[in-house]
Design a protein around this ligand. Structure first.
Ligand code: GLY
Length: 385
């Protein structure tokens, strides 16, 4: 193998955020190396449904996060076009919007709260009657009593998007090493200057002008000995793939489940949200709950083949918001804690992080997502887990 021994930008992690940063850096003419401990998309993104839904993610209510998500969704069409042109591959980006449906009074109240919040932010959501919903999606249960249409929501298929992004990075001369397990970040004269890692049993080192840690729920591993641990934890999501899925035109959501139809006839049913640490074993109970909620909204799933049960670990920081910016160690940058929103936030994370690196200034949209929000109330500069 003839991998690089130095790069302008070394990215640790080939999830959606790491790849997006590597792509943006490579597109701007920087030499790029991505180190991935497992395989491309082995973390949360590889199983994700790929919803780009700032108007629908019910827990996406922090105003700064909404602004970041809206900017990312604004970037998405051009971002996808550029990746598709550079890779010659499709990302399967779709624009039909989401239906947020209510099956009972509690769902309706939740939607009313969401609608008031989203309309207050000028987001494009409108109420539909049960009959209007049935006209749009005839397979839905007659128990649907009404809902919201979020016309601006989009979706992308991560199983096409991730390989396309990897190919686009390589097309710009970037390199991605899978199975490269980081052992330490090298420091010299008070700055990060490289990364030590093992690959196929060999110890290696790459020098980097800039090191970016974007390793999802595993981001504290490479930071050991360099920074105090981030207040980061994995949040387990179990997600199902059923076949042959009905050709739903929209993403369908209730407060309890989402259903995403794929071009190739698969129906993605997601996702649980569980506090289980790094335990990623599939389990019967949460999957039973998920299937029951899916069946309530789309009864015909009862007959479908259960093609896959996937488990992802979402990287959540204590406040549910990401860190996107520099660390206290010169040359070391962080893009971590994207929680439920890695796919949605990937373009804006990459674009603004590279803007910050290239200019030395933190763009205003990124100001709320800096590490110092965890450290400024402590005397030692140590994040409080
Ligand atoms: N963004 C959807 C999820 O994390 O389940």
């Amino acid at each position: 193998m003839n991998e690089m021994d130095r790069a302008d930008v070394v990215v640790i992690g080939a999830g959606v955020v790491g790849l997006a940063i590597a792509y943006e850096a490579a597109r701007r003419g920087h030499s790029v190396l991505v180190l991935e401990r497992d395989r491309i998309g082995a973390g949360a993104a590889g199983v994700a449904a790929g919803m780009l839904a700032p108007a629908s993610e019910a827990d996406c209510e922090d105003p700064a996060l909404i602004s970041l998500a809206l900017e990312s969704c604004r970037l998405y069409p051009g971002w996808v076009a550029s990746i598709e042109a550079d890779s010659g591959m499709r990302c399967r980006y779709r624009t039909e919007g989401s239906l947020l449906v209510a099956l009972h009074h509690d769902h309706l109240e939740e939607l009313e709260r969401l609608a008031a919040f989203q309309q207050g932010r000028g987001l494009d959501v409108r109420w539909l009657t049960a009959a209007a919903i049935q006209a749009r999606e005839p397979g839905l249960s007659p128990r649907v009593i009404g809902g919201l249409f979020a016309e601006g929501d989009r979706q992308i298929d991560p199983r096409f998007y991730m390989p396309a992004m990897a190919a686009a990075i390589r097309a710009h001369g970037g390199e991605i090493l899978a199975g490269a397990s980081v052992t330490s970040i090298v420091q010299s004269a008070g700055r990060a200057t490289g990364v030590c890692f093992t690959l196929a049993g060999d110890d290696r080192e790459v020098r980097g002008t800039v090191i970016v840690v974007a390793a999802g729920a595993w981001s504290n591993g490479p930071l050991a000995g360099v920074l105090p641990p981030l207040p980061l934890r994995p949040v387990k999501g179990q997600i199902l793939r059923l076949r042959p899925g009905p050709p739903l035109r929209h993403v369908i959501r209730t407060a309890d489940v989402y259903l995403v139809s794929r071009e190739d006839g698969e129906l993605v049913v997601g996702a649980t949200s569980e506090e289980r640490g790094f335990d990623s074993r599939p389990t019967a109970g949460p999957v039973m709950d998920l299937l029951r909620e899916a069946w309530r909204v789309l009864p015909l799933i009862y007959e479908l083949e259960l093609a896959e049960l996937g488990v992802g670990l979402r990287p959540a920081l204590r406040d549910g918001l990401p860190i996107i910016g520099p660390s206290p160690l010169d040359g070391l940058w962080l893009a971590a804690g994207h929680y439920r929103h890695g796919i949605m936030l990937a373009p804006v994370t990459a674009r603004l992080l590279l803007d910050a690196m290239d200019s030395g200034d933190i763009p205003p949209l990124l100001a709320p997502f800096q590490l110092d929000r965890f450290t400024q109330n402590t005397t030692q500069g140590v994040p409080v887990p």
